[in-house]
Design a protein around this ligand. Structure first.
Ligand code: ATP
Length: 224
């Protein structure tokens, strides 16, 4: 079985408040998993644990056979930068850089030439309907446009796993579909696995596996 990510018995506490409770999760290469649940149920907290952003209070997260919390900080950051992609809820674009520069950043950090990095970024941005805005500073974008740049930036370096927290939350349905199609395309073509936290039932319905989160407890939804 080609598992890229697994969580075993993950708990996350913020002080005395438990946000995630005994979560078990397995993700195969190329699998698209959606996590739904009401506000405050612990979805983002679980995503942070799975992505190695927050160490679980108890339990383990293993990426490609390596336990994330056992890695020294430098190695964990390098792994996150090169093998993972992120679309988080709160704007993480660099406002002084252009759309193209923001999206190309993971490739530039990996030492790829500017010409090549920008060409790849422009391709992905084009599929997300952003071709007209490549040279615009991201401080001058709408929320939905910024979200698409963040999606492009999470994908350009062809990560093994992309973590996306409400990646379509600010988008109209046509653009939400474009973002989802791009995730699915990568999953099918290059075996990028995707974990999407979403409130959108249409987005979740297109995932390979669906989970619900309720009061910190993760459960897989079985197709009927
Ligand atoms: N940094 C923090 N410190 C303390 N408590 C937190 C922190 N972040 C989240 N929480 C609490 O943990 C619980 C789970 O929050 P989380 O953001 O994971 O939920 P969510 O399901 O992603 O919500 P939403 O759909 O609104 O984004 C909530 O009760 C929240 O108040």
């Amino acid at each position: 079985m080609d598992v890229i990510l697994r969580a075993d018995g993950v708990d996350l506490f913020y002080g005395t408040e438990q946000a995630v409770s005994s979560a078990d999760f397995t993700l195969k290469r190329g699998e698209v998993a959606a996590i739904m649940g009401s506000s405050g149920s612990g979805k983002s907290s679980l995503l942070y644990c799975l992505a190695g952003v927050l160490p679980p209070t108890n339990g383990t997260v293993t990426f490609d056979g390596v336990q994330l919390s056992a890695l020294p900080d430098g190695e964990l950051s390098a792994l996150r930068r090169t093998r993972l992609g992120f679309v988080f809820q709160y704007g993480e674009l660099l406002p002084e850089l252009t759309v193209e520069e923001n999206a190309a950043l993971p490739l530039r950090l990996a030492g790829i030439s500017k010409t090549h990095a920008h060409a790849v970024a422009a391709q992905v941005l084009g599929r997300l309907g952003m071709s007209e805005l490549l040279r615009r500073r991201t401080s001058k974008l709408s929320g939905g446009q910024s979200q698409r740049v963040a999606v492009a930036r999470a994908l350009v370096h062809r990560p093994d796993v992309v973590f996306a927290d409400e990646p379509t939350g600010a988008l109209d349905s046509a653009n939400a579909t474009a973002v989802l199609e791009e995730f699915l395309r990568l999953a099918r073509r290059q075996k990028t696995a995707v974990v999407i936290v979403t409130h959108d039932a249409d987005v979740a319905a297109r995932a390979d596996t669906q989970y619900t989160m309720s009061d910190g407890v993760l459960a897989q939804r079985v197709a009927v």
